[in-house]
Structures are given as C-alpha cells and as structure tokens.
Design a protein around this ligand. Structure first.
Ligand code: UDP
Length: 238
C-alpha cells in the first residue's frame, strides 16, 4: 500500500490517502493537547506508544464482536485503516465519576457509578465539544435514531470487553471516549483510537493515574505511564 498525500491533520493523528480509495493510513503524532488544545506539548515516542496500545485494544475488541476500522498496524506509528465518514459525536462511557462529570454535577471524584453512564459530546472545537443529549443528536441529524441506539450499545459492549480486561492487568478503566464512522456500506465501525489519551486508567492497588491526566494535571512521567499501560496490555495479550 502506497502512502500518498496527507488529507487531514487532527490533534493526535494525520490521515493519508493510499492507492485504494477506501483505505487510508493514520499516523499517530507525538503531540499532546488538553483543554481543547489550549495546553500543548510534545512527547517523543508517544505516537508509537498510542499506535501500539490502540492496535492491541482494537484487535481485542474485534475478537469480541465489534467491527473496527483497523486493518493492521503497518509500523511503529502507522495504521492501515478503512476509510469512514466520522460521526461527529464523542461517545464517552464512564464507570467512575471524575473529570467533567464531577465538575458539572458535583458527584464526588472516585464514586463508582451504579451503571455505566454513556454520554454524547458534539465534536466541534469551535464550540468546545459541548455535551448533548439524544434529541440534539437527532435534531442536528448527527446520527439517526437507529444509529444512536447502535452507538450506545457499542459503547457499552466495548466497556464490557475492556473493563474486565484492564482489571486483569490491575488497572481500573475509569472512563473513555470513542468515535465511530460509517464505512462505504453505511456500517458503523469503531474508529479513531483507544489509548491513554482517550481513557482514564487508575492503578487498582495504588490509585496512580496512568493516562493523559498526568499531562493535564502536570503530574510528570507521562511517557513512563503510557509505557506501563502498554507493558501490561502486552503481558496479558501475549
Ligand atoms: N476525552 C477525550 N477527548 C475529549 C474529551 C474527553 O478523549 O475531547 C476522554 C477523557 O480522556 C476521559 C473521558 O473522555 O477518559 C471523559 O472526559 P471528561 O468529560 O471527564 O473530560 P475532561 O475532564 O478531560 O475535560
């Protein structure tokens, strides 16, 4: 597969065309951004770590019955992916209250939620990715009612796959964000990435944060944390 011209650059990845119309290459960047890109940094090797972590998790998710855009990891930082039209919704699943949920609703940080909460955010940097509900999604034609149901079902299914998996490597999957796209047949596929940039992982024993909160909160050791997450995943999926 030939890597052709760049067609898009996001905060964490660049997308390139290939010689096949329906296949793209996603290149993971070393850039770290937070708070709607108001805070920025670079961490050499972060892109490769996320590319490795995301490839492993997408493979695990696929084995458990959820279709994804990933065809294969090509090298350290490049994924060969199916082209999709991204649904402009960030689907967040939460097991433990923290972050914007605690801030917005005053639910105490660290509270175990009675059930996995699924939330939607409108993917729009100019508006700061505002939270939206089911009716906004349909009103704004971001997704149909059927697709909306599918997004919720898939987010819960992904959580049901990942939460016990991470528990088995002594990590608490606190919350995560996923994005979905429609392929050439309109089928909904898991897209984007699942990595410490898009999840919260707390060590089950020490409570230590092993995700992008280390960058958001200036805790240091960002790369070490991502390396630790990859090491645990690789240890379990050998
Ligand atoms: N998240 C993300 N991208 C975003 C916003 C959130 O990947 O633009 C992830 C974040 O890493 C966390 C979950 O979604 O795992 C919930 O984030 P929250 O709404 O608490 O946002 P924050 O506190 O980061 O503003």
């Amino acid at each position: 597969m030939i890597k052709k011209e760049q067609i898009y650059e996001g905060k964490g990845k660049k997308l390139f065309a290939t010689d096949d119309e329906w296949t793209l290459i996603a290149e993971f960047k070393d850039d770290l951004t937070a708070f709607n890109a108001q805070k920025k940094a670079q961490e050499k090797g972060k892109g490769a770590l996320n590319a490795a972590i995301s490839a492993k998790l997408f493979a695990l998710i696929k084995q458990n019955g959820v279709e994804t855009h990933l065809i294969k990891r090509l090298d350290e930082t490049n994924h060969l992916i199916k082209k999709t039209r991204i649904i402009p919704i960030e689907v967040v699943a939460r097991n433990i209250a923290t972050g914007s949920l605690s801030k917005r609703l005053g639910i105490k940080e660290g509270t175990e939620l009675d059930f996995t909460l699924v939330e939607f955010y409108y993917k729009n940097d100019d508006l700061g990715d505002p939270i939206i509900n089911d009716e906004h999604v349909v009103l704004m034609k971001l997704a149909s009612e059927d697709e909306l149901k599918t997004l919720k079902t898939l987010a819960r299914k992904i959580n049901d796959i990942l939460r016990p998996f991470f528990r088995s490597v002594n990590l608490n999957l606190v919350d995560f964000k996923v994005e979905f796209g429609r392929d050439q047949n309109g089928q909904i596929l898991l897209a984007d990435e699942i990595s410490p940039d898009s999840c919260r992982f707390w060590d089950l024993t020490s409570g230590e944060k092993l995700d992008k909160d280390r960058f958001r909160q200036d805790l240091g050791g960002v790369k070490l944390a991502y390396e630790e997450v990859l090491k645990r995943i690789e240890g379990a999926l050998k």
